[in-house]
Write a protein that binds this ligand. Structure first.
Ligand SMILES: Nc1ncnc2c1ncn2[C@@H]1O[C@H](COP(=O)(O)OP(=O)(O)OP(=O)(O)O)[C@@H](O)[C@H]1O
Ligand SMILES: [Mg+2]
Length: 244
């Protein structure tokens, strides 16, 4: 089993508060892992440590066996580690197509004018954005902004994808669409490893081979989705906290 992404003993404190307090995590090639846990558990902070938006106070991060702990986010992205954000990070004035072209060309944008890149139309179609390709990102609905962020991440042709609450704020129909899109991706890119932070348990069960539960900056439990759902400790801190 080839490890696609790993964290070893990563820690991150903010003004003395340990948001991530010694986490070990490994994703195998082709594995889809859901990261769950109550608000403030440290899930986004862990994604930021993996994606390079933050540097850990201690511990190490590896991509395909290579240590990347001190690499900036852009270098990680070029090496095949892509992500989306809990709040979509887009340029409101750029069109949908321009976002995907820019991601496709990576740093080579300035070398081509007019900018063009292979595979852009297919990607827009795959992400259900073709009809809105000429719209500016700032004019899109929340659901379409989430799809565009995913299209930008996929344009990098990643081997590891980090998704922070991709279904948050989507309508039930949009969640269905997202699941179909991710299902296609899984079939067509069997070696892609995905770590998805998600509160919607239906989405977790649909997507994840394995679930990792964080609580107060640490890994509380990990296992198969059905086992995690039955775990009384997990129910107490997470599922129980969601109410009846
Ligand atoms: N930049 C920061 N400065 C100070 N504290 C922070 C910072 N980022 C996160 N924290 C704190 O670290 C803890 C973990 O936050 P994090 O965003 O990682 O949680 P989360 O599990 O993603 O929660 P949610 O489900 O609400 O998104 C929280 O208490 C948060 O307030
Ligand atoms: Mg978060």
């Amino acid at each position: 089993m080839t490890t696609a992404l790993a964290a070893r003993g990563v820690r991150k404190a903010f003004a003395g508060f340990r948001a991530v307090d010694g986490v070990d995590l490994a994703l195998a090639e082709g594995e889809w892992v859901a990261l769950i846990g109550p608000n403030g558990a440290g899930k986004t902070t862990l994604l930021n440590l993996l994606g390079g938006q933050l540097r850990p106070d201690a511990g190490a991060v590896y991509l395909g066996g290579e240590e990347i702990t001190h690499w900036p986010a852009a270098r990680r992205a070029r090496a095949g580690l892509a992500r989306t954000f809990q709040v979509p990070a887009l340029f409101p004035e750029l069109t949908v197509r321009e976002h995907v072209v820019a991601a496709r060309l990576r740093g080579r944008w300035a070398l081509r004018f007019p900018p063009d890149a292979e595979g852009v139309e297919e990607l827009l179609e795959r992400c259900r954005l073709l009809e809105r390709a000429s719209r500016r990102a700032g004019e899109l609905s929340h659901g379409d902004r989430r799809l565009l962020e995913l299209a930008v991440a996929l344009a990098l042709e990643p081997r590891v994808l980090l998704l922070d609450e991709p279904a948050a704020g989507l309508s039930p129909a949009e969640v269905e669409g997202l699941l179909a899109l991710l299902g296609d991706l899984r079939r067509e890119r069997p070696s892609l490893a995905v770590l998805v932070v998600e509160h919607d348990m239906d989405v977790v069960f649909e997507l994840a081979d394995r679930v990792v539960v964080m609580h107060r900056g640490r890994v509380l439990a990990e296992g198969l989705p059905a086992d995690i759902q039955r775990d009384p400790e997990v129910q107490a801190v997470y599922l129980g906290a969601r109410g009846p």
